[in-house]
Ligand binder design. Structure first.
Ligand code: BDR
Ligand code: CA
Length: 314
C-alpha cells in the first residue's frame, strides 16, 4: 500500500448517495479503500450487498466486500427508503451483475482483522445504519484503541428527515448508534445540519458527464438523476443532496470543513415523543466532532476529480 494513503473501510447501504460517496473515495489519491461492509438500510440487505459487489466490479476497484447485517441490533426495522433510492437502491440505474464473491470473513470480523493490520490508522466511514459497527464492538471490544476514527453520515444537530428530530441512518437502528457514541472511539458526524447545505446542481453533474464521455461518468450522471433527495440550492438550481459524500470529503481534507466539539447522545427510549433515534447535543464532555460547514469549491472539485479519474480508466 502507498504509505501516504489512509486505510479506509466504508460501511454502507448502497443507496445512490452511498454509491457516489464510494466513487469519490475510490478516486481519491488520499484514500486506500480496503473494503465495503454492506448493511440493511436504504433498501433490503439483499440489494445493498448485491449493489456493493456490482459497484466495485463495475468501477474496477480492488476492494473487498464483507457480508454485513441483514437486520438490526435489537428489533427488525423493515422499512426502506425506496422512494428516494428506487426499488433496488440504485435509482433505477442497472449495473451489470458481477461474479465477485464476498470476502470469507463477515463484516465485524473483517473490520477487526483490518484494524489489527492497520492499528491506530484504520478509518471507518460509516454511511448507513450503524448495525455492523455496533456488532463489531460487541464481538471485538478490544478493537476500540485500534481504530483511528469513525466518520459517519448520520444524525443531525438541527432537524431530522424521517421524524422532526431523527435522521434516517440513526432512526433505523438507534441502539447501534448509541453503542457507537458511547464507545470512546474518536467520532466525526456529518449530519443533516451540514449535508442539507451541500446540494450539487444537476447541471454541474450533467456537464461533467458530457465532458468525460466515459461509461462511468455516464453512470454518475444517471445516479444523480435517479435519486430523489433533491432541493433548490442557494444559487436557485435543482440540486442533489449527496449526504454520504460529506463523510468521505472530510476524510480527504478535514481542513476544508468547519467543525465543533459536542457531546451527542442518541435517544433510544422516547418513541412516543418522536425522539427515537435523535442525536441530541447535551451538556458534558465532548464525544464527537460535528461538521457544521464545508468549502463548496473543494467539494465540487471532488466531483470533477472523480469523473476525470474514472474517465481516464474507462
Ligand atoms: C442518509 O440516509 C440514506 O437515505 C442516505 O444514504 C444517507 O446515508 C441520509 O439521511
Ligand atoms: Ca447511506
Amino acid at each position: 500500500m502507498d504509505e501516504k494513503k489512509i486505510p479506509v473501510i466504508i460501511d454502507t447501504d448502497p443507496g445512490v448517495d452511498d454509491a457516489l460517496a464510494i466513487m469519490i473515495a475510490a478516486a481519491s489519491e488520499k484514500i486506500h479503500l480496503l473494503g465495503l461492509t454492506p448493511v440493511d438500510g436504504n433498501v433490503s440487505a439483499v440489494h445493498t450487498h448485491r449493489n456493493a459487489l456490482d459497484l466495485v466490479s463495475f468501477l474496477g476497484v480492488d476492494a473487498d466486500v464483507a457480508e454485513g447485517s441483514y437486520d438490526q441490533l435489537v428489533c427488525r426495522f423493515g422499512r426502506y427508503a425506496t422512494s428516494t433510492h428506487g426499488e433496488t437502491g440504485m435509482g433505477g440505474v442497472v449495473i451489470p451483475q458481477s461474479d465477485k464473491q464476498f470476502h470469507p470473513l463477515r463484516a465485524w470480523d473483517y473490520i477487526y482483522e483490518k484494524a489489527k493490520e492497520y492499528p491506530g490508522e484504520l478509518v471507518i466511514v460509516a454511511i448507513g445504519p450503524l448495525t455492523n459497527i455496533a456488532r463489531t464492538l460487541i464481538m471485538h471490544p478490544d478493537i476500540k484503541p485500534m481504530i483511528k476514527q469513525i466518520v459517519m453520515m448520520g444524525g443531525s444537530t438541527t432537524r431530522g428527515n424521517v421524524s422532526p428530530y431523527a435522521e434516517f441512518n440513526f432512526y433505523v437502528d438507534p441502539p447501534a448508534a448509541k453503542m457507537v457514541f458511547e464507545s470512546g472511539i474518536p467520532l466525526v458526524m456529518a449530519g443533516l445540519n451540514v449535508t442539507l447545505k451541500t446540494g450539487i446542481s444537476f447541471d454541474f453533474i450533467s456537464k461533467l458527464a458530457q465532458e468525460s464521455g466515459s461509461r462511468i461518468g455516464g453512470m454518475f450522471n444517471e445516479l444523480v438523476h435517479g435519486y430523489s433527495d433533491v432541493k433548490i440550492n442557494k444559487e436557485g438550481d435543482k440540486a442533489s443532496v449527496v449526504h454520504d459524500a460529506i463523510a468521505v470529503a472530510y476524510v480527504i481534507d478535514p481542513d476544508k470543513c468547519e467543525t465543533e466539539e459536542d457531546r451527542v447522545e442518541i435517544q433510544t427510549e422516547r418513541f412516543l415523543e418522536g425522539t427515537w433515534g435523535q442525536s441530541k447535543v447535551v451538556e458534558g464532555e465532548p464525544n464527537c466532532t460535528v461538521i457544521t460547514d464545508i468549502d463548496m469549491d473543494f467539494y465540487r472539485d471532488l466531483y470533477r476529480r472523480t469523473v476525470k479519474y474514472f474517465g481516464s480508466l474507462s
